[in-house]
Design a protein around this ligand. Sequence first.
Ligand SMILES: [Fe+2]
Length: 222
Amino acid sequence: MGVVKMSGLVHQLVHQARRTFSREKTLPEEMEKLKKIMSQITPKDFNLDSTAIDKPWDYPPFVTDAPAAFMNVYECSEFNVAIFMLKANKEMPLHDHPEMHGLMKILSGSMCVTSYNRPEKRGSNSYIARFFRSILATPATEPCHFTPEEGNIHQIKAQDSHVAFLDILAPPYAPEEGRDCTYYFKDTKQSNQDENLIWLISGQNPSWFSCIPQPYNGPKVD
Ligand SMILES: [Fe+2]
């Protein structure tokens, strides 16, 4: 019975994500239902046992220094569901999610998420962004929600153990539709009187960061 219940939650998650994001306008009550399912979900629902989050890093293709990995759980044109893993004390650089909503739920470990609102362009690759919040997220933390405007760019730092988090992006990245991932770096030459504003320079994925695919062995959803 337990197995049926576990796979059931992943199915419920995908079906609720469909109800939440397959409309012109995201209804708050549908978003709340999705968050509620995310709050209940655990690594076991994805067939990740307590050591599986550490184990993938030992596979031969991943003995490189990649600090992050991901497993694709489900993808359609409206949204995608993935599990990201970040090694202890490593970070995902500041990056954006253009025109997208995002929901993140920690499955294991803890991480600091520092986010800013959508950056405003001030030059060819110069931007200014307003601080949104910085939180230490654990499995007990409510799913973090960002919108196309609010908290849309973020930097993630794993604390002293490996972290796994569930990530739903709606719609998914699609460079051909103008939704590519841009990275941002603090522009230390600029200063601002308002300490909640930060000057940024956009750029490519920094050489020290890579996020590599891992096989997903959890329940499949059609
Ligand atoms: Fe992100």
